[in-house]
Design a protein around this ligand. Structure first.
Ligand code: SAH
Length: 267
């Protein structure tokens, strides 16, 4: 039986190289009652190998949506959770697997949720992580943290199922009134980030010669806040007012603290 929450949850696989992993991920989804698969520029798809490994989940492959960009895949989602085996050089809000499933189940009545999985070799790239509200790590041995892609999908699907069933069987959880807070989707946030960046350049706060990590920090701040429509309108208004202001000086005066010593840059 598909879970009632299934229509609001997208499983997104980015740049998958091995079609077998796509098939195994589809099977992992169907077994746990989820069904919406979105593939971002898969290397080989459709593929006989994917269909073979999907077994009875070939309907999920048939209905899978194939898109070119990550932005297209997450459009409309109020919560974007990106799974990764590694810490990032700019630490991002992080949930463990249980925390991620419980958050997704708690929010699924009000908005669509994206569960994002990276490439077999290089995982999620930094610009993808910087579009996620949280990164999700599956606890592993410290020696070797990288699971096979389809196995990572399986664990996430299992945890989603446990939490969804718990919420269905717990009246206090399932009868909770849906929240009227509707976080803005990624495509609207990106419009704001682009406008704010332009505005900060315009007033000379962002120095193009030395941007440091100002924009990444700003993204992290506003993705953590998850503004709703009214709040984002205010923020866009502030950025527009800055764009119309006459800059005092074109000189950069970014107040971002000096970057910490670079840890290993991970993709
Ligand atoms: N070497 C890659 C590993 C990619 S494994 C890297 O540096 O990230 C393929 C995908 O499986 C990852 O992008 C992630 O989506 C998922 N995955 C693998 N191990 C994981 C873990 N321990 N926690 C969360 N996701 C994991």
């Amino acid at each position: 039986m598909p879970l009632p929450i299934a229509p609001n949850i997208r499983v997104i696989l980015i740049g998958t190289t091995h079609p077998g992993n796509i098939g195994s991920a589809a099977r992992a989804m169907k077994v746990m009652g989820l069904s919406r698969l979105v593939l971002v520029s898969p290397k080989h798809f459709p593929s006989g190998e994917a269909t073979a490994l999907a077994s009875n989940a070939d309907d999920i492959l048939k209905n899978a949506e194939v898109v070119e960009t990550f932005d297209q895949a997450i459009a409309g989602c109020g919560l974007v959770l990106g799974t990764t085996a590694h810490a990032r050089s700019l630490p991002w809000p992080t949930l463990d697997l249980k925390g991620a499933a419980s958050k997704a189940v708690a929010e699924v009545a009000t908005h669509e949720i994206a569960l994002v999985f990276g490439r077999e070799k290089t995982g999620l790239h930094n610009e993808e992580v910087e579009r996620c509200h949280y990164i999700v790590t599956i606890p592993t041995s410290e020696e070797y943290t990288s699971l096979n892609l389809a196995q990572a999908v399986q664990l996430m699907m299992y945890e989603m199922r446990l939490h969804a069933l718990e919420a269905m069987n717990t009246p206090s959880l399932s009868e909770r009134a849906p929240s009227d807070w509707q976080p803005e989707p990624p495509e609207r946030m990106e419009v704001f980030f682009t406008r704010l960046e332009k505005a900060l350049l315009h007033v000379g706060f962002l120095n193009p010669a030395q941007p440091k990590r100002l924009m990444q920090r700003i993204r992290r701040l506003f993705l953590r806040a998850r503004p709703d429509e009214n709040e984002l309108n205010i923020l866009n208004g502030i950025a527009s007012a800055l764009l119309e202001a006459t800059p005092k000086s074109a000189k950069g005066r970014s107040e971002e603290p000096a970057p910490e010593p670079m840890k290993k840059e991970i993709h």
